[in-house]
Design a protein around this ligand. Structure first.
Ligand code: URA
Ligand code: URA
Length: 201
């Protein structure tokens, strides 16, 4: 099976199959409390994939990633860097909502991470942006946190990885003063845009 042409029958059937398997996944207990799985959505041809943590209440209700308050802020952050969120693909480390929006447990991330890995291997983006600690730690297997690593570029299996603060963290840290998380994120999104331009997108 080739990853090169996402519109060939083999790719399409692998993608559809993955989505169906996520939709009926019972690999961890989060399946008991979910309303919907949240596979992720967006442009499968994009060189850019965003990875968040996991669905919140609105995402669990709608089955779509980043549609609640954090998602609205993400849209604004991206447009401030002249990036249209619809042009990218957006997914999460875990596909089911953790109760009370708690951080996913290590065993939940382990179980669900296989789905994200399969998604990334099929999508083959040029850039993966980790939004917050959970995504960063899942991708890079690092113990260092987002505050130390945001704004920096890494490699994951030949894919360029960029780390940014999670929009929910920015909702809780609203200051725009110099050096604040919002201020740093504003710079990060400009840097991301530059990289997208440099890879020809
Ligand atoms: N937070 C996330 O990490 N992902 C979503 O889809 C929504 C909020
Ligand atoms: N913790 C997170 O998970 N993400 C952030 O962006 C900041 C703190």
């Amino acid at each position: 099976m080739t990853n090169k042409n996402k519109h060939d029958a083999a790719w399409e059937s692998a993608w559809k199959d993955l989505k169906a398997r996520v939709g009926e996944c019972q690999k961890c207990d989060l399946c008991r409390t979910r309303t919907n799985t949240v596979f992720g959505q967006g442009n499968i041809d994009s060189p850019l994939v965003f990875v968040g943590e996991g669905p919140g209440a609105e995402e669990d209700e709608s089955g779509l990633a980043f549609v609640g308050r954090a998602g609205q802020l993400l849209t604004k952050i991206l447009s401030s860097g002249d990036i249209d969120r619809e042009s990218a693909f957006i997914a999460n480390v875990v596909k089911c909502r953790p109760p009370e929006n708690r951080t996913p447990l290590p065993e939940e991330m382990m179980a669900c991470g296989d789905w994200l890995e399969a998604q990334l291997l099929l999508l083959r983006p040029k850039i993966v942006v980790c939004l917050g600690n959970v995504a960063l730690k899942w991708i890079l297997k690092t113990t260092e946190g987002i505050t130390a690593l945001r704004g920096r570029w890494f490699d994951w299996r030949g894919i360029q990885v960029f780390a940014m603060f999670h929009p929910s963290f920015l909702l809780r840290n609203d200051s725009r003063s110099k050096g604040s998380p919002k201020d740093l994120t504003w710079h990060d999104v400009q840097d991301l845009k530059k990289r997208l331009v440099s890879i020809g997108d």
